[in-house]
Design a protein around this ligand. Sequence first.
Ligand SMILES: Cc1ncc(COP(=O)(O)O)c(C=O)c1O
Length: 413
Amino acid sequence: MLDLSAVRQQFPAFAERYEGAPAVFFDNPGGTQVHASVVKAMADYLTRCNANTHGVFATSRLSDARIDAARAAAADLLGATAEEIVFGNNMTSLTFMLSRSLAAEFGPEDEIVVTRLDHDANVWPWVMMAEDTGARVRWAEVDLESCTLDMAHLQSLINERTRLVAVGYASNAVGTLNDVRTIIGWAKAAGAYSFIDAVQYAPHGLIDVQALDCDFLACSAYKFFGPHVGLLYGKRAHLERLRAYRVRPAGDELPGKWETGTKNHEGIVGTAAAIDYLASLGATYGTASPTAPRRVRLAAAWEVIGAHESQLLDRLITGLKAIPKVRIYGITDRADWHRRMATVSIRKEGLTPSELASVLASQNIFVWNGNFYAVSISNQLGVEQSGGMVRIGLAHYNTLAEVDRSLAVIDRA
Ligand SMILES: Cc1ncc(COP(=O)(O)O)c(C=O)c1O
């Protein structure tokens, strides 16, 4: 079990007062709060190591060492090797960068599969790549009752012309967990690349790119308690073979070849601190020994986090179901809760999503409203024209008491 009071003390934001009162952070799918060790690591980097890389002097050597260490941490987070980790600005920029390189291999005979459940960032880089190359885009539909991917439809779209299947690990809009392992298997069998958007899954569960056998996977550290940095995993053979658009400072070795221009050194160092914080949960509250390898501690951490988030999800959905006039989008059946995360979008009859989010904000409960850039599913659900949904997005540092307080406000609203 997590000791939530100890955990929350490690996040400076919980000590802040907003208009005189503490906040309930349920805006986590839009970005999580930052662990104190992240702030410290970034300040320490900027204070003591600040330099460009690959010099012979102390600050440059320190920079190289910190970035190498961060890459090893990111590799542990994803189950990859350090050379397969590319740091960038954010998931969207990294995806565009990769799409530019992949485009060289695509032509009018080829097909790309995207889904109507995904965030724009895992749709439009591929649609634009299709526009540039003449490739055809196939859209996988969603079962709107459960907000899950229509797997039979998705499978039917994959054939010998399919060259890429781009799918999200988890939906940022309605919390659905996708069976990415099966989808990656289908892509592989057809000889297509698989690209997994793990931005929303990364703060909630263990990612294992080896076990998934995906070709590419991207996520963002600001969604898992770190700073604004994006991470891209690519299979080594692809990263080696594909042409990266770069200039000389990037070199031609992995992974530097994909990291054009000067990196966000302090952000990368902060990302490592976030990963080490997560690993520490596995040793403090989970089954891992403090001396176990970081990947082992991370695996133990996700078990502890998962158990706590299940409790939160149970309380939230059970409570929402009991409130008249509230509609929950996506999976609500307890038997299927393993197929969703504690990201729950709702509407309340009589209030626009903006009004409901404002009522919650007036009580310092921070939630997002709108389509969360998962525009296709918002359209399909028929809520796009009337303000979208209100998204309650929980993270491991949230408490049952916070959920109860929010339920009471939603009930009264
Ligand atoms: C599922 C999903 N994919 C991609 C993104 C874009 O990530 P980034 O801001 O790192 O570009 C987001 C951002 O919210 C997201 O939720």
